[in-house]
Design a protein. Structure first.
Lengths: 162, 766
């Protein structure tokens, strides 16, 4: 992609960044190519599969549909920001224990969607989990173990909070 | 370091029934799980190589034609690009599959839409796209063939002498002698559509070439040595000059069994000509349009039944659409043929099957490999028979089930216990089948939403068909370096759990901890050829080789390095150091040995079709809304016997994922073809089940360890895809009283038939 560049200032996983990129470059490509955060994946390029899900200013977005221009001054959270000082996030731990990840390609997006769900609804029931993850396609698991993982992480988060 | 307590709270509740093992049978976490969860696992598109360029493919826009001319738009400065045509191929212009009929690049003629004609590379991937669109090809059209019906007429010949890739005749007894004795003869036809794998990671590779090192390909693939073999021919290189490395693979389901040989050749040609590493990663639109899918099928059953509801004769005709080149159509047809009579005893069976050429994108391997097509037909047909002769579909199945001591259609003696009755009983009990069927029958009379229960019973042969495992002659084993055991296999991980179960088997056999064992990189320069990762063979066949290789290493360490009878892990690794000092290496490899008494006649198609079978009973509960014409699976039960379960969480994940794909196959996933091209090649309009569509799936096991499988394992990966479609359509029949015999079954299909039935009913009541 060529043309004039724009300076984009944003905070990614708690770190302030300023980069010079074409303003219409997809946030997904900026994360992967400019910031080398390749945990965020492309599955369809048209906002259907949710593999590229990240959180932007607390909202869940498909980063393949966001021109980086819109991310100026935003706070971005990606899968790389989940584990803290090498300790897995309760969601990552739950997915690991309960078989929530198989091939792993949808997993980063699925984790971000799950984190978003729990941020708004710390104790979701099964129907709310299904709805919260409906924009993220997984072809391996049949979703059962993903639901279990999210339920279990919600419970363990509660334990942690106490 | 990660602060992980990986064996936390979930070991005990999920322990397998065989408590004597510490590691096998327990739900250890996925070996590569932490990398996948942290986003640090490297898939092919995550990898950059120094000086890397990007490749693209110019494809045919027509189904069948001679290429008249290739024009390059002058608005592009072509000197900046590398362009590869068939003329640049140093070896043979052929992809090596079973028959080498598929060109690497079209040379003068195209036989399907999206057939690769020309390759383009440039440092900037956006410029590649522009350049691909700036190549203009003129064609001289040839008459195409699009359907099984057109192909089998053999009026337009598009492949070989007769359009037929392969045919089989399987005969037991004499079907013709049975018709006069039959109390009932039931004849029906069933059809299945194509299905897209829809792995979330598209096909992709990176190729590098130097004269000294030869060709190296990294990519998303199932079978490193298949790609290796294919590249040898295309590049005319000796085996040591071709290296294939599997990168983390984001789903495959058979879709990365044969196609990677094509894309790897393409990237290799561009790398060789440009002198740069070249990455080709398809976007979703290209992957959907240009790569393989499940074979569409038409299956006809004619069945003779006696007055007691026993099968007297099954005459089955199978026809599949193989697309433009043969790829794996012959072996898919073979598995389709061998699974077509279902898990039943029948004295007289005749199966005639054909795989036909059409001018569609070649169809290829997909989980189940022909079995889901013919199991759909036979299990739908069992319900049709039950309805026609007025007995319960459960009872009809029970009266005809295979048991230990019976023989199959290939006259394979069932030596091992067959526990179908037990699976059926459990499925009926867990689902509340009888009570629900009776209740739904009453409620449906007055409700616009009709509920129903449907059943399917089936087997899936584990491992390669017939003599296949003997031909593969797999080699696998372990080595010990730097205080770690490494598993040496070309068997790959793409979500199923290869890494985890093989390391569990090695750790268990060697009396080590799970963390003491790792996987060697899936690199043809490092690992031996343990065959392809397909056919539900890894846990059973390769697992057994790892078990044997591990036992063999202990023997060697005892004999040559003084390892005591009972030993600690420290003593084990100390003995390994001792053995290395003595012999220079610590490696133990084992080669496949067929279980004794296995016999298969390729000519007569008779004998032990598979070394072992997985068995299952599926029950679906559906709701059909007769106002909106939508069908929904409300709940699903799956009871199976697949030998010893090595890792309960992973195994259940396989079953649940397979069932979800099977639900998609039945009710959602339609490949719409227009003039030989997929018209809905986007995730927007090729619809797979989402988190809101998949019902609760209940999974139950019976464990009958298989003597010759890794710690008693049989195959599990494909079995769960076989049953959902017939169970669901049987449930829809139960709910509506209307018989559907084609999948996918979309609301418009339901409307077409239910609407007519309703009109007739309304008419009758006037």
């Amino acid at each position: 992609m060529s043309g004039p560049l724009s300076a984009i200032r944003f905070n990614v996983n708690g770190k302030n960044q300023t980069i010079s990129v074409p303003p219409m470059k997809r946030l997904l490509d900026v994360l992967r190519e400019d910031l080398h955060l390749t945990g965020t994946k492309e599955g369809c390029g048209e906002g259907e599969c949710g593999s590229c899900s990240v959180r932007m200013n607390g909202e869940l977005v498909n980063s393949c549909l966001v021109p980086v221009l819109q991310a100026d001054k935003a706070e971005i959270e990606t899968v790389e920001g989940l584990a803290c000082d090498g300790v897995l996030h309760p969601l990552q731990q739950a997915f690991l224990q309960r078989g929530g990840a198989q091939c792993g390609i949808c997993t980063p997006g699925m984790l971000m969607a799950a984190k978003h769900l729990l941020a708004h609804n710390p104790h979701p029931n099964l129907a709310e989990i299904r709805e919260g993850l409906a924009g993220n396609l997984c072809r391996c698991t049949g979703f059962m173990r993903i639901f279990e993982s999210v339920l279990s992480a919600a419970t363990s988060q509660e334990t942690h909070a106490r | 370091m990660l602060c992980l307590n990986p064996y936390g709270d979930w070991l005990s509740p999920t322990m397998s029934t065989h408590a004597k093992n510490r590691i096998v049978g327990a739900s250890f976490p996925r070996k590569e799980g932490v990398d996948k969860l942290r986003g640090t696992a490297l898939y092919v598109d995550d990898i950059q190589r120094e000086g890397m360029w990007h490749g693209g493919t110019v494809r045919s826009s027509v189904p069948r034609a001679m290429i008249r001319s290739i024009g390059f738009d002058r608005k592009i400065d072509w000197s900046q690009f590398i362009v590869v045509t068939a003329a640049d191929i140093p070896g043979e212009n052929r992809i090596q599959m079973i028959v080498a009929d598929q060109p690497c690049l079209a040379d003068g003629q195209v036989n399907h839409c999206e057939e690769p004609i020309l390759l383009i590379a440039h440092p900037d991937k956006h410029k590649v796209r522009e350049a691909v669109n700036a190549v203009h090809i003129e064609y001289e059209p040839l008459p195409p063939v699009f359907t099984i019906e057109e192909s089998e007429k053999q009026q337009t010949i598009v492949w070989g002498a007769d359009n037929c890739f392969k045919s089989f005749l399987l005969e037991k007894g004499d079907v013709n002698s049975a018709w006069p004795q039959a109390a009932h003869v039931i004849e029906r036809e069933y059809r299945t559509g194509a299905q897209e794998h829809l792995y979330i990671e598209n096909n992709g590779v990176i190729a590098e070439y130097t004269d000294e090192d030869g060709l190296t390909v990294r990519g998303s693939l199932q079978c490193p040595f298949y790609v290796h073999k294919s590249l040898l021919t295309v590049f005319n290189l000796p085996p040591e000059k071709v290296r294939v490395i599997q990168t983390e693979t984001g789903g495959a389901f058979g879709g990365k069994e044969d196609y990677p040989s094509v894309i790897a050749s393409h990237a290799g040609l561009l790398a060789m000509k440009s002198g740069h590493p070249v990455k080709i990663v398809y976007d979703r639109i290209e992957d959907l349009a240009a790569t393989t899918k499940r074979h569409p099928s038409r299956v006809r059953h004619r069945t003779a039944i006696d007055a007691d509801g026993k099968l007297l004769a099954m005459d089955i005709q199978i026809d599949t659409d193989g697309g433009a080149y043969s790829t794996l159509s012959s072996t898919v047809l073979s598995r389709a043929t061998l699974h077509s009579p279902g898990p039943y005893v029948c004295p007289n069976v005749r199966v005639t099957s054909h795989a036909w050429a059409t001018n569609s994108v070649p169809y290829g391997a997909f989980r189940g490999f022909g079995a889901p097509q013919t199991i759909f037909a036979v299990e739908r047909h069992m319900d049709e028979i039950a309805a026609a002769i007025g007995i319960d579909p459960v009872e009809l199945r029970r009266r005809n089930f295979l048991h230990q001591g019976d023989t199959t259609a290939t006259e394979q003696l069932m030596r091992e216990p067959v526990v179908l009755d037990k699976l059926l009983d459990r499925a009926l009990e867990e689902s509340g089948y009888g009570e629900k069927r009776a209740r739904f029958a009453k409620e449906n009379a007055t409700s616009a939403i009709k509920h129903g229960m449907g059943i399917a019973a089936f087997y899936h042969g584990s491992g390669f068909t017939g003599s296949g495992e003997r031909y593969l002659n797999s080699l696998a084993g372990i080595d010990v370096t730097d205080g770690k055991v490494r598993v040496l296999v070309s068997s790959t991980e793409f979500g199923q759990g290869t890494n985890t179960v093989l390391t569990q088997i090695a750790a268990e056999t060697l009396h080590l901890d799970y963390d003491d064992v790792t996987m060697a990189p899936p690199d043809t320069r490092i690992v031996p050829n343990s065959g392809p990762t397909v056919a539900s063979r890894t846990a059973m066949v390769i697992g057994r080789l790892i078990e044997r290789a591990s036992s063999q290493l202990i023997m060697t360490l005892r004999e040559q390095a003084g390892l005591p009878e009972l030993f600690s892990r420290e003593q084990f690794f100390a003995a390994c150091v001792g053995l290395r000092a003595k012999t220079g290496e610590v490696v133990s490899l084992c080669r496949y040995e067929a279980p004794p008494g296995i016999y298969w006649d390729d000519q007569k198609y008779r004998g032990e079709a598979y070394p072992a079978y997985g068995w299952a009973v599926h029950i679906a509960q559906v709701a059909v809304d007769t106002t909106s014409y939508s069908a929904e699976v409300e709940e699903f039960w799956s009871v199976q016997e697949a030998g010893r379960i090595l890792n309960p969480v992973l195994a259940a994940g396989q079953v649940e994922g397979g069932i979800a794909q099977g639900i998609g196959y039945a009710l959602y996933e339609k490949v719409v073809m227009q003039n030989g091209r997929m018209a809905n090649n986007q995730m927007t309009n090729y619809i797979m089940p989402t988190a809101e569509d998949v019902p609760p799936i209940h999974v139950f096991w019976e464990e009958v360890p298989f003597e010759h499988g890794g710690f008693g394992a049989k195959g599990i990966g494909e079995l769960p895809h076989d049953g959902p479609a017939p169970a669901i359509l049987n449930a829809i029949k139960d709910a509506t009283g209307v018989c559907f015999s084609t999948i996918p079954l979309l609301p418009e299909d339901l409307f077409a038939k239910l609407h007519v039935v309703r009109k007739i009913e309304e008419h009758a009541t006037v």
